[in-house]
Design a protein around this ligand. Structure first.
Ligand SMILES: O=C(O)c1ccccc1NCC(=O)[C@H](O)[C@H](O)COP(=O)(O)O
Length: 207
């Protein structure tokens, strides 16, 4: 099965359409005010309305209040929620949407325990730990820290780009890969040629 691809941090309709044209399976919308990739609810609704059938729209939150998530859900037809902070399992499963849980990985992170705790997550998104940033770091982590027998689908993130994604897929064999900074021309502005090159990199992976 081809490795699925999510392109995260989309802020413009034209970038969303370019991601779809390049072959992305999902796009991510960031609802986290400190991020340079944060979108308003109005902009998110506009982007989501432009996405054709069979491409998923994922809403990313970082330790948001329940009310904030519900307000977004009322205005934006999200297919999936991505929780990118310290949200506990009961928080993640209270919404009428499936979710994926991001984990900031570093030496000592017990991924087997995360897989058990978030047993109903549709995937664990493994991203690079950074003391000051919850995500979008542009940095790779040590893929050797990922156990081979993780009980949830692995979505690999962190510093992926066209020239390392095939190696990442060959080594980790994730269900999906997630990219943001590696396909941008500047923060929040995607680059159509880089997205296409990234998709070619995924296609070149031997698994
Ligand atoms: O993108 C952000 O600014 C961001 C801010 C806070 C939490 C999460 C955020 N992004 C999540 C992601 O898009 C993933 O972490 C991303 O795929 C990995 O980013 P990158 O290393 O730039 O590819």
């Amino acid at each position: 099965m081809r490795t699925r691809v999510k392109i995260c941090g989309i802020t413009r309709v034209e970038d969303a359409l370019a991601a779809v044209a390049a072959g992305a399976d999902a796009i991510g919308l960031v609802f986290y005010a400190p991020s340079p990739r944060c979108v308003s609810v109005e902009r998110a609704a506009e982007i989501a309305a432009a996405i054709p059938a069979f491409v998923s729209v994922v809403g990313l939150f970082v330790d948001a209040s329940r009310d904030q998530v519900e307000q977004v859900l009322q205005a934006v037809p999200l297919d999936l929620l991505q929780f990118h902070g310290e949200e506990p399992p009961d928080y993640c499963r209270q919404f009428a949407r499936p979710y994926i849980k991001a984990v900031a990985v570093r030496e000592g992170t017990n991924l087997l325990q995360y897989a058990a705790d978030y047993h109903d997550a549709r995937g664990l998104l493994l991203d690079t730990y950074h003391a000051a940033m919850p995500g979008g770091t542009g940095q790779v982590f040590d893929w050797g820290l990922i156990p081979a027998d993780l009980a949830r689908p692995v979505i690999l993130a962190g510093g992926l780009q066209a020239d390392n994604v095939a190696q990442a897929i060959a080594q980790v064999r994730p269900y999906a890969v997630d990219v943001s900074g590696g396909v941008e021309q500047s923060k929040g502005i995607k680059d159509a040629a880089r997205m296409a090159a990234f998709m070619r990199g995924v296609g070149n992976a031997s698994v």
